[in-house]
Structure formats: C-alpha cells, structure tokens
Write a protein of this length. Structure first.
Length: 188
C-alpha cells in the first residue's frame, strides 16, 4: 500500500504537468510549475496537521502501553496480583466514566456544544484523546500493580513501544495525506 501511494503521488505529479501543458485552459494547476513546487515544499508539514495524526500518535501510545503492561497476556487462572490490578483498573474506569458523564450530563455541561448537543461538541472533538488517555493510565496502573513496570523508565518505555509497532501506519498516513492534499491543490 505504501509503495502504491508513493507511485500514485509520482504519477499525479507527472500527469498534472502533462495535462496542464497539453490543455492550458483547464482549471487545473501543475505540481511541477513554480507555484506547485513552492506548494509542495512550503505546505508539506501543514498538510499533515490533522486530528487524525493526533489520534494516530495517541493511539500508538495507548496500544504500546496496553501491550507492554501485560493486559493482552491475561490467561486463566488469573494470579492474585493480576486480580488486584484489574480491580484498580476497574475503579479507574469507573472514575473516568463518572468524570465524562459529569462533564456531559449536568445542566450547562462544559463538553456540550452551545446548543446543548453531544455531536458536534467539545466531547466529540476530544473523545478519542480522552479514551486513549484513559486506556494509557489504566494500562500503566495494571503494569505497575502487577510488577511489570518497576521503574519510571519502564513506564516511559511502554509509552513509546507502540510507535515501533505502528510505524507503517505513520508512513501510510504521511503518503496518504500528501496525496490527498496534492489532489486538492490541483483542482483549486
């Protein structure tokens, strides 16, 4: 998929040049014109700045923490430490849920939109980051309680493991967003 997106981007660059050279009256811009080259270089970082990138980063942190905490390796019979850790995680989950409910269900709740709706609102904008944060905290608690994380260094390392596991998704995201932005540039 990554190779296909890279090839599609190169093909788009060449096709945009060919089409604008052959039919200059078309409402299309070339990625090989001076304007197109300036756009390619000048807006690359801006093209990547979307909520999806934040979700990808936060998701990889949460995933790495869950995997390294041992939550994905639970097998029967569950040990006493694991059972205690799961009880702490359940309490944390209830606290996170209570906070979310309090911020959305009380009159004039701060996470609702100005019209009092859930979607679109601050809740819908921040739900994925909130869930990733909650999952990360619960996984850290589980790992610490079971002895999987004994130092702060273990915890910090667990927060970064997901980046290695999801590295291909980051590359796919970069190529996909640049391809999408390039198509938008051509047609405006």
């Amino acid at each position: 998929m990554v190779v296909a997106l890279a090839a599609a981007q190169l093909l788009l660059i060449l096709v945009s040049w060919f089409v604008t050279a052959a039919w200059p009256d078309l409402p299309m811009r070339s990625l090989l014109s001076s304007e197109g080259i300036r756009w390619l270089f000048g807006s690359f970082a801006q093209n990547l700045l979307t909520p999806l990138l934040a979700w990808l980063v936060l998701g990889s942190v949460a995933y790495g923490t869950v995997v390294s905490s041992g939550l994905t390796e639970l097998r029967r019979p569950i040990t006493y430490l694991q059972r205690s850790a799961l009880q702490f995680v359940a309490i944390e989950a209830l606290i996170f849920l209570a906070v979310l409910l309090l911020l959305t269900l009380i009159p004039q709740a701060p996470l609702l939109s100005a019209t009092g709706r859930l979607f679109p609102s601050a809740l819908s904008d921040g739900l994925v980051p909130f869930v990733c944060f909650a999952v990360t905290v619960m996984a850290l608690t589980f790992g610490f309680t079971t002895g999987r994380f004994t130092t702060l260094r273990d915890m910090v390392r667990s927060l970064t493991i997901g980046f290695g596991k999801w590295s291909s998704l980051f590359l796919l995201y970069i190529l996909g967003m640049e391809f999408y932005a390039s198509i938008n540039f051509l047609m405006l």
